[in-house]
Design a protein. Sequence first.
Length: 183
Amino acid sequence: MSARVGKVVRVIFVLAATVAFAPRAGAQTPTALAPGDYIAIQQLVSKYAYAIDECTNKGYDYADLYTADGAFYTSRGGTILNRFEGRERLAEAARGGRADCTDVPWAGIKHMLVNHVIEPAPGGATGKVYLIAVGLDGEPGKVEAQGRYDDVYVKTPQGWRFKTRTHVLAPNQQEVSSGSKPR
């Protein structure tokens, strides 16, 4: 084989390998998260528990944990039961559908979010965390596993925020009332 033919074969081989292993158009790969990103996302999730338990600023502190077009959902068995989309609806959800934060259906309950898992994802990160509620029915020692949250997080100029948070209800869990529950 002549040197020239050998060169052509090598060029064809390199081009073929480049095309075969090149990223596909439109395909997004997850960007690695820095240690600070994991900490910031964990803080976001912790702030959620305080914001929902304390219902501060008429629910807007809760709503501000989401992107401007963020959403909270409840679901069971893969079916969405309730939708709270956008800042006003999120604040309303945090108030339990009330005009202010008095007498929210989960008053006195403390949210414990445990076993938080965060994964890099295209455009941000995803996560899941179990919800344990403490203080049900006004009994400080009454504890109940209430399913989990499935999250989509995005990094904004204000820091990490929820794009969506879905409360996947435990099979035996009863809803407080339709349309009024992020617990």
